[in-house]
Design a binder for this molecule. Structure first.
Ligand code: TRP
Length: 450
């Protein structure tokens, strides 16, 4: 059966796919404003430390388990579990993981639909179709449902192609476009008046604002979301890596790319906000904090683009195209989690698995859209604040306590014969055993009671 599974054809293909999963709305939308409101460079520093010291080890746990089992999370966790009871726990961890991934996709597709609509709205403006443009940009149930479904169709189209012809091919095409667009936007925005004020807010460290336990917990939560951890995404991608590859290096590159893009996005979003301020757009809330989240993306930035004259439509198009691409390379990694399970554990063909699962997720998205005020925040909260850290905790237990250390070493040696002498092997096993689960537990308790 393993031979019938897909495999990434190259190291580049895997890195693009996994970085594509990691780089998403979280990087470009979440990270920059979080940094700005929480002590600038000081928060950045804490984020970097946490990402490398905790998120990277957790990512490695998923990659190693996945590559070892060459199967979806449910089968993989059963395989490394030493006894009957831990096998049952493993199955449940995998099952809750793919359910969580599906719910994450159900809200992610809604937000990504808004990005697509704004992207096409800018295009319509360029072509002079202002009526269509304003319909695309204004919030309405019809628009939201149509564009969520449109985004799901794109995701389905890619995932139907499988690992090599779908995920790898499209990630390798889209990620370079994303990077180039981002760099061009950063360069352009930095030349505008007011940009330097934004840079100062981004880069001047304010340690008093950054060093609070709550904030550290928040930074770790974002690092976990940003690296797509807990739900089995990285495990499934890991299961498609060839045995020849050096896993600690691959995981390191993915972490580095993810963080670099988040940092780079900070050079776009923060300066852009202060350019907007310079152009007369309000960028602070009544409480004096920087406007963030949806109001930032769909109100402040469009208002900024409006003040830019003719260049504004082009910049707007590029920005929302960037967001849509970032979302698409992430959403495919979410859909692949339940799809891999349905194919491998229930014998469905890829096409039927993709169609059935995406139909259910689309229905859930419609239900969320119809009860937006109540359900949207709830689904985001339950999946990212509770489910993800708890599942991440389970992965650490499996990699740190239940799976034999020798088998882990053997797995790593396949692509890295000298791994035993590396810093990675000296530190990682105890990290994943003690530090990661303890810290994740703290996040979880904080989310529960804090
Ligand atoms: N990491 C992506 C982002 O930053 C989102 C993402 C993709 C994700 N796959 C995931 C989050 C799995 C949680 C679980 O936007």
């Amino acid at each position: 059966m393993a031979s019938a599974r897909g495999e990434f054809s190259s190291r580049f293909g895997f890195v693009m796919a996994a970085a594509g999963s990691a780089v998403g709305l979280g990087n470009i939308w979440g990270f920059p404003t979080q940094t700005a409101s929480n002590g600038g460079a000081a928060f950045l520093l804490i984020y970097l430390v946490l990402a490398f010291c905790l998120a990277y080890p957790a990512l490695m746990a998923e990659l190693i388990i996945g590559r070892h089992a060459h199967s979806n999370a449910v089968v993989a966790l059963r395989k490394i579990a030493p006894g009957e009871r831990s096998r049952v726990v493993g199955s449940w961890t995998g099952v809750i993981g793919f359910i969580t991934a599906s719910f994450i996709l159900s809200f992610y597709a809604i937000v990504a639909g808004w990005m697509l609509a704004h992207c096409l709205g800018a295009l319509a403006n360029m072509l002079g179709a202002t009526d269509i443009a304003s319909w695309l940009i204004e919030d309405s149930m019809t628009r939201n449902v149509l564009f969520m479904a449109f985004f799901m169709l794109l995701t389905v189209g890619i995932i139907t192609g499988g690992v090599h012809d779908g995920i790898e091919r499209w990630s390798s095409r889209l990620m370079p476009v994303l990077l180039i667009t981002l760099v061009l936007l950063v360069i352009y925005v930095l030349t505008l008046d007011g940009a330097m004020d934004g840079l100062k807010v981004y880069l001047l460290p304010d340690f008093k604002a950054a060093i609070s336990p709550q904030l550290i917990v928040k930074a770790l939560g974002s690092a976990f979301f940003s690296l797509s951890l807990g739900v089995g995404t990285m495990l499934v991608y890991g299961s498609y890596i060839s045995d020849k590859e050096n896993l600690p290096v691959l995981g390191g590159i993915v972490t580095l790319v993810d963080i670099s893009i988040a940092v780079l996005a900070g050079f776009l979003v923060l300066p852009a906000m202060y350019v907007a301020l310079h152009n007369g757009v309000e960028i602070f809330t009544a409480g004096g904090a920087l406007i963030s989240e949806d109001t930032l993306i769909f109100t402040v930035l469009p208002a900024l683009f409006d003040t830019m004259g003719a260049a504004g439509v082009v910049v707007s198009f590029a920005f929302f195209a960037l967001m849509s691409i970032a979302a698409l390379t992430s959403s495919i990694s979410m859909l692949e989690v339940p799809v891999a399970y349905a194919i491998e554990s229930h014998g469905l063909s890829r096409r039927s698995a993709v169609l059935a699962i995406s139909a259910v997720i689309t229905l859930v998205s419609i239900v969320i859209l119809s009860n937006f005020e109540v359900l949207f925040g709830m689904v985001v909260g339950v999946t990212t604040r509770y489910s993800q850290p708890l599942l991440g905790f389970m992965y650490c237990l499996f990699a740190g306590w239940l799976w034999q250390r020798n088998s882990i070493l053997e797995e790593l040696r396949k692509g890295a014969p000298e791994v035993e002498d590396t810093l990675f092997w000296k530190i990682w096993p105890s990290y994943i055993r003690y530090v990661c689960p303890a810290v994740i537990l703290v996040i979880f308790l904080q989310a529960l009671f804090g």
